[in-house]
Design a protein. Sequence first.
Length: 295
Amino acid sequence: MAERRGCLHEELGFLLSPPTKPFSGLDHSPEEAETWIIGVPYDSTSSFKPGARFAPARIREVGWELESFNPRLGVDIEELPISDVGDIPLTVEYSTLSNTLARVLPLLYGHGKKGVFIGGTHLISLPIMEYLHQVYPNIGILVFDAHLDLRDEYPQGSKYTHATVMRRLSEMHVPIYYYRPRAFSKEEYSYLAGSDNLSTLETPEELEALRGPLYISIDLDIIDPAYAPGVGNPEPLGLSPREVLEALSRVALQGKSEIVGIDVVEANPLVDVNDITSLTAAKILMETLFLISRR
């Protein structure tokens, strides 16, 4: 066992940069942990407000200021079998990001772990889902996002950006379930209406009906800018953080799907106000980790 541990640590050391501060003190060894946290500081295709590359580090930093005991479970988050294994190296090339994740993800899922990813822009979901679609051919993705991200190109000529990520997944015939989206282009709305693998859900009860392997992607602009102003593309009239957490609870605790991975994306510390958004992201991340553990 010691030889295998050393090998895994060595492989991760070649691929990831260790965090300056692990999220909320989660310093379990990767071998012992059931879940790995991985930062993906990528924002090179941001079309409005770049800066999401700084989110993994900032979310970890402010997360240390949140109380970490969960009275419902009677445990502290540091007791959960979770390891913060570090960050994908910063890159400006999508191909490099994709190739790096293609080396990291087999280590993660090949050792029977689950992944929680801190973005970065929403484009990070694409290479993760491309890998998971090979492992779980019937996997679906539950998307918390103000936007549909279904444009074919955005900006013009760009096929791989945060605004096209779900279009690329739809082309792979991945079932995509949106929870209460509210911002549409005409192109996206027409594509949504004509597709048989895209659905919009409006109630928590509908979340409980999801089945099979499920990846959850949380774009923080699902939350109203009053609660989360520091995002790349803020959109008014959104959900409250409590509504998001209640929906996640319904999926994790009452739902029948197998949650195989989660990401939290689009926080932008450069345009945040008093770390409100980073703190909200850290709280959602913490509560999500408790939900995974409780399940």
